[in-house]
Design a protein around this ligand. Sequence first.
Ligand SMILES: NC(=O)CC(=O)C(=O)O
Length: 310
Amino acid sequence: AAVSRPRIVGRLVRSLVARAAGASTYAPLPPPQKVKVAVCQLNVTADKTQNLQTAKKAIQDAAAQGAKLVVLPEMWNCPYSNDSFPTYAEDIEGANSLSVDMLSAVAAETGVTLIAGSIPERCGDRLYNTCCVFNSRGELLAKHRKVHLFDIHIPGKITFKESLTLSSGPGPTVVDTEAGRLGIGICYDIRFPELAQLYAARGCQVLIFPGAFNMTTGPVHWELLARARAVDNQIFVITCSPARNPSSSYQAWGHSTVVGPFAEILATTDHGPTTIYADMDYSQLEERRSNMPLVLQKRHDLYALLDKTV
Ligand SMILES: NC(=O)CC(=O)C(=O)O
């Protein structure tokens, strides 16, 4: 059954308070040893109702295939454009968020942990690019607001300035779920290795990046960055893109991918709508880290990661 909005909000507030209070002192988790993940590369159109139906069906199908963790892409309920963000934005903690209601209900119905890509979030007079995380009861566990905004100008290729409409989020998001401890980033966030290092230092088992790279940066950087974050931190990395839509003003690269802690590709795809699956075995984290104990070999006398959020 769908979870009522007050319960969702209460849950989120408790979760945020708990994280603020104890972010540096997570108790060791009894994580599941193996998790089957589904990465849904959704077709995104200008029709929001259709986008919601597409997402719902993809989650249901993934659960029917045995996935326990389901990931959606960046901006799956609207076209990726500054014109669209204000129009499609929803108040995630308000009473009438169509997307959140659907996500909460389908997570509860299917019993999956849902990393719900991102949607434009309206909060007061600000907009954010926000990823919601739901547990198997449909409760909102956390939300990540994109920390690094995508402001780039590559002459003759691509210019995009998210900061024209969006505000950047306040900080990292580590969330303990039935599918393990997850660190969440959105798209451009993957380019900043310190964020991934911080997540690894906090004991995350998987880094999840809903993202929509493009035809200029995607071919050269998308897989490279996912594998780089994985190999640096000896950690699982998941990227989830929208499918490429020829009628869209922004051509997404696609190529959603799951990478293992040795930087090996566990699952990947091209640019069409599809769902890819991978079995993540968390015992590989210990194995890779004991084979090659990078954390123990760091020269803390020469450099350090400074976590300013705890
Ligand atoms: N869309 C993004 O946030 C990032 C991207 O396309 C890139 O880094 O390239």
